[in-house]
Design a protein around this ligand. Structure first.
Ligand code: SF4
Length: 228
């Protein structure tokens, strides 16, 4: 059992959940930098359809320049990479790309693994790259929301998973409230939203559609494996 797990027992996680549930979104971001050292935290963004929502909250409330990690599978849409560069400059983010092992990645490319074995493809291009660096951190923050799918419906603001504390600061935000926030602050969407995409991942596995219905179309798969 890791030191982190021992220190962050379920009791502590329950206390964090009780405390943060009572806070608004801005206070949650401010508070996380008081409860944890910025060097111990990893914030990931896929620069997908509505990523500006969480990144705007961080840019407004973090006491230091937010460090954002982007998992570059080399299969992203060009528009996503442009959106990433645009938001990085606009919100003054320090963005780091996390990339897969190149030989393993080539194996997925040569075998078109997103068709033959998408779980292994996600494992090689997304899960293993982050597994290699996560031992350096205590807390991993990301923009999951309960309204997105069945698995996420059961998540709390803090979860303890595989040696890391997961922090989901917008987990309890409804799609309507997210929309209102985006409109109020005139936030930018990924440009693919204007072409009919509403959930955006790798180009091989993303189609146009409402909410997350355009992801891994025709497969039972709904998650890439990073969050389960
Ligand atoms: S989303 Fe598709 S292309 Fe991207 S890593 Fe997963 S299976 Fe491969």
């Amino acid at each position: 059992m890791s030191e982190t797990i021992k220190k962050w027992s379920k009791v502590n996680i329950d206390k964090l959940n009780a405390k943060y549930t009572a806070l608004d979104l801005h206070e949650r971001i401010k508070e996380i930098y008081k409860d944890f050292d910025a060097r111990d935290m990893i914030l990931t963004s896929s620069f997908a359809a509505n990523s500006s929502f969480l990144l705007h909250l961080y840019s407004k409330n973090a006491p230091v320049k937010p460090r954002v990690y982007f998992i570059d599978t080399f299969y992203h849409f060009e528009e996503t990479l442009e959106y990433k560069n645009w938001l990085s400059r606009k919100y003054n983010l320090e963005v780091y790309d996390i990339i897969p092992d190149y030989e393993e990645h080539l194996r997925t490319r040569d075998h078109e693994m997103w068709k033959s074995n998408p779980n292994l493809c996600c494992d090689i291009n997304k899960v293993r790259p982050i597994d290699r660096i996560k031992k350096n951190f205590k807390l991993w923050s990301s923009g999951l929301m309960r309204s997105q799918n069945e698995h996420r419906k059961h998540l709390n603001i803090f979860e303890l998973k595989n040696g890391l504390i997961r922090f989901y600061p917008i987990i309890d935000v409804s799609l309507d409230d997210r929309q209102k926030y985006i409109e109020k602050h005139k936030l930018d969407y990924n440009p693919l939203v204007y072409k009919g995409y509403n959930s955006i991942g790798c180009s091989h596995c993303t189609e146009k559609g409402k909410d997350r219905e355009g992801r891994w179309v025709g497969l039972a798969k709904t998650e890439c494996g990073l969050h389960i």
